[in-house]
Design a protein around this ligand. Structure first.
Ligand SMILES: O=C(O)C1=C[C@@H](OP(=O)(O)O)[C@@H](O)[C@H](O)C1
Ligand SMILES: C=C(OP(=O)(O)O)C(=O)O
Length: 449
């Protein structure tokens, strides 16, 4: 559980060229799912490269609380002795998912079709986030949720005693919602169907297939994704090699693009089309990124990136790309501040319900650093400072949000004056080695004393 009790202020300063290799940790989305599917398989799943960030560690504890045996064997190496689909047992205590929307929403899906009761809570950020988007479809299976107003945590889910399969069209583009429905469908008889208008990350579908479930993805005549899962499969344990996280890689990549003279190597970055929108966008802005040695790792298409400092121009980011780069908009808005011209990010209202309201958090921090921004409910526009450079020289509020913290620290590495974030402790949720990795590349970033 991440307490975020004592804030850790951190400051970054204009840095010399970033050089070397940025081997970022394992993918957060895949790490959560590896533990969960391992817990639902019969026998021993072995995981390597697991992200040992707080979000994922909270999911590991939750799987243990539901009856699986989850053991850390070494750095990033874990084994899970699963209980099989239908084998979870009622947890004795409240499940605390810390800062993790993915953790809580996926696990709600896991327990929704069990004849027992599970209570959930989280940190000050997670307790503000909407859960009805998950509890509404879970009610169709027969589960009942009682939470705070607006369906917020703490929340208790009474699982369905006799679950029925469900057909559900997701009202928001969300892999968490899609996954929660599919996870619930695992312990329901018959076929559960999820329809999504916009494709979201597909790790659940890929991994479920890998664990032996029958999952079929089709395109409807309207161009939507229709995913059909056959319930009550026996999942077979797997060896899961977690690939590196493209959302974490975004931070050293973007830092190298804006810190003059930089050239870095970032191995094994996902090229999964449902995850790589940032990289497409950066190339359109003029980024010098070479995609080398394309291959498969852990069932995902990956490539090694060679990234050089680049003069960038602002662009319009197509709204239909949003789902494939949803967690990368904060750091993209930093890169946009250094570009020549305006970057328009439309179709991004989901950013308002992440760990913080990320449109608001970025807009306020960028303004404090001397960058002109515009926003509306669904849009963020950044007017790049170009050749004039970004002033910096501000303390930015991170609102218990790791991506906001890392984004402003990246900004400070190339700004004229140092940038402080009021609390860098949330970085440990997804990228616990951020400070060391960036320092090793040559960035000037450290905790304040
Ligand atoms: O399914 C997942 O692993 C995730 C889905 C996304 O959230 P939404 O489903 O809310 O878009 C993303 O922002 C999050 O970091 C991870
Ligand atoms: C939105 C994020 O995560 P989650 O929803 O799991 O808290 C994120 O990591 O940027």
């Amino acid at each position: 559980m991440s307490s975020h009790g004592t804030p850790i202020p951190m400051t970054s300063r204009k840095s010399g060229p970033l050089k070397g290799t940025a081997a970022v940790p394992g993918d957060k989305s895949i790490s959560h799912r590896a533990l969960i599917f391992g817990a639902m398989a019969v026998g021993e799943t072995r995981i390597t490269g697991l992200l040992e960030g707080e979000d994922v560690l909270d999911t590991a504890k939750a799987m243990q609380a539901l009856g699986a045996d989850v053991v850390r064997e070494g750095a990033g190496e874990w084994t899970v002795h699963g209980v099989g689909v239908g084998g979870f047992t009622e947890p004795e205590d409240v499940i605390d998912c810390g800062n993790s929307g993915t953790g809580v929403r996926l696990i709600m899906g896991c327990v929704a079709t069990y004849d027992f009761c599970t209570s959930f809570t989280g940190d000050g950020s997670l307790r503000k986030r909407p859960m009805a988007r998950v509890t509404d479809p879970l009610a169709l299976f027969g589960a009942r949720a009682v939470g705070r107003s607006g369906g917020r945590l703490p929340l208790t889910l009474v699982g369905a005693a006799e679950p029925v399969p469900v057909e559900y069209e997701t009202p928001v583009p969300s892999a968490q919602v899609k996954s929660a429905v599919l996870f619930a469908g695992l312990n329901a008889p018959g076929k559960t169907v999820v329809i999504e208008k916009e494709a979201t990350r597909d790790h659940t579908e890929r991994m479920l297939t890998g664990f032996g479930a029958e999952v079929v993805t089709e395109t409807t005549p309207e161009g939507y994704n229709k995913i059909t899962l056959t319930g009550r499969p026996e999942l077979t344990p797997q060896e899961v090699a977690v690939p590196r996280d493209p959302s974490s890689a975004a931070f050293p990549v973007c830092a190298a693009l804006i810190v003059e003279g930089s050239e870095i190597f970032v191995p094994g970055v996902s090229q999964n089309l449902t995850r790589n929108g940032l990289y497409t966008t950066l190339v359109e802005m003029g980024a010098d990124i070479a995609f080398e040695n394309p291959r498969e790792e852990g069932g995902e298409p990956v490539a090694d990136l060679r990234v050089k400092y680049s003069k960038l121009k602002g662009i319009d980011v197509p709204p239909e790309r949003a789902a494939s780069m949803i967690d990368e908009y904060p750091v993209l808005s930093v890169v946009a501040a250094f570009a020549e011209g305006t970057t328009v990010m439309k179709g991004v209202k989901e950013l308002r319900v992440k760990e913080s309201d990320r449109i608001d958090a970025m807009a306020r921090g960028l303004e404090a650093c001397g960058v002109e921004v515009e926003e509306d409910e669904d849009t963020l526009i950044v007017h790049g400072c170009g050749a004039q450079g970004v002033k910096g020289g501000a303390t930015c509020a991170t609102h218990i949000d790791h991506r906001i913290a890392m984004s402003f620290l990246v900004l400070g590495m190339a700004a004229q004056e140092p940038v402080t974030v009021d609390d860098a402790s949330p970085i440990a949720t997804s990228f616990p080695v951020f400070e060391k990795l960036m320092t090793d590349l040559g960035a000037d970033v450290k905790r304040n004393n």
